[in-house]
Design a binder for this molecule. Structure first.
Ligand SMILES: C[S@@+](CC[C@H](N)C(=O)[O-])C[C@H]1O[C@@H](n2cnc3c(N)ncnc32)[C@H](O)[C@@H]1O
Length: 241
């Protein structure tokens, strides 16, 4: 049995069928866009957005240079890291997946102003994008930076990094590809390490937490965590054959 639920942060045109009772990893908040974000969303989504399709789709083909490595970023927020990393690594294509429309508008504006040819956006639930739209062995890398921590115990089930989501992600990553996760919530960091270590098909070249990659910029979520004296944990997992 399934029910029709919104796939976006507000009730937009994109709707997907999911099993009844399935838990969302994001809050359905009212998305208030600034005038600039709205303008960029309306003006640029056609150029840099990719429509959600509930069927396997060639995600490489949405880029001008499809032969380049493809990295998916899940939950890019306002797209600070996405735009900076994409500018510093023009030889890689970045597919950002985000439900929060103001963030989508913001990143669209950044793509245009920085002239980024290697960034495309899907404004949809990443779990559905993985489940329905992403063929196996597609991704050279996955970035999950500061996913919503859902700190209350009763909400832990809404965390993105869960055994079922990691099992869903595994075949989508090419052998040799990586998953790079960062959080400032220590118990979530432990959960990430535990879930990935328990999932066949991933190895941990660092044994535990990883050093920060020099190309990962500091974002406002990271700065917020640091002002609360949180420790930043990086985790780098590699898909085995
Ligand atoms: C705490 S923010 C971090 C944003 C960004 N990665 C950063 O470091 O600044 C987490 C983001 O993940 C998004 N998100 C959560 N679950 C998602 C899902 N299933 N699909 C797409 N985006 C999701 C939220 O909308 C939110 O913008």
């Amino acid at each position: 049995m399934s029910e029709c639920v919104s796939g976006g942060a507000d009730t937009g045109p994109q709707r997907v069928y999911r099993p009844a009772g399935e838990i969302r990893t994001f809050a359905l908040r009212q998305a208030r866009m600034s005038p600039a974000q709205r303008r960029d969303y309306e003006r640029l989504l056609g150029a840099y957005g990719v429509d959600f399709r509930p069927e396997p789709t060639d995600l490489r083909a949405v880029f001008p240079l499809p032969q380049r490595p493809l990295v998916m970023e899940i939950g890019f927020g306002m797209g600070e890291s996405t735009a900076q990393i994409a500018a510093s690594k023009p030889e890689t294509n970045y597919l950002g997946v985000e439900v929060y429309k103001p963030g989508v508008g913001k990143l669209l504006g950044r793509i245009e102003s920085a002239g980024l040819e290697n960034v495309r956006i899907i404004n949809h639930d990443a779990v559905a994008v993985l489940q329905q739209m992403t063929p196996d062995d597609t991704l050279d890398g996955v970035h999950i930076f500061f996913p919503d921590p859902w700190p209350k115990k009763k909400h832990h089930k809404r965390r993105l990094v869960q055994p079922d989501v990691v099992a869903l992600l595994r075949p989508k990553v090419k052998p040799g590809g990586y998953v790079y996760l960062v959080t400032d919530w220590s118990d979530y960091a432990e959960q990430m390490l535990e879930v990935f270590s328990a999932t066949d098909g991933f190895s941990n070249p660092h044994g535990g937490f990883a050093p920060r990659q020099p190309w990962r910029p500091e974002t406002s979520f990271e700065r917020k965590g640091l002002t609360r004296d949180h420790t930043i944990h990086d985790l780098w997992m590699v898909r085995t054959a």
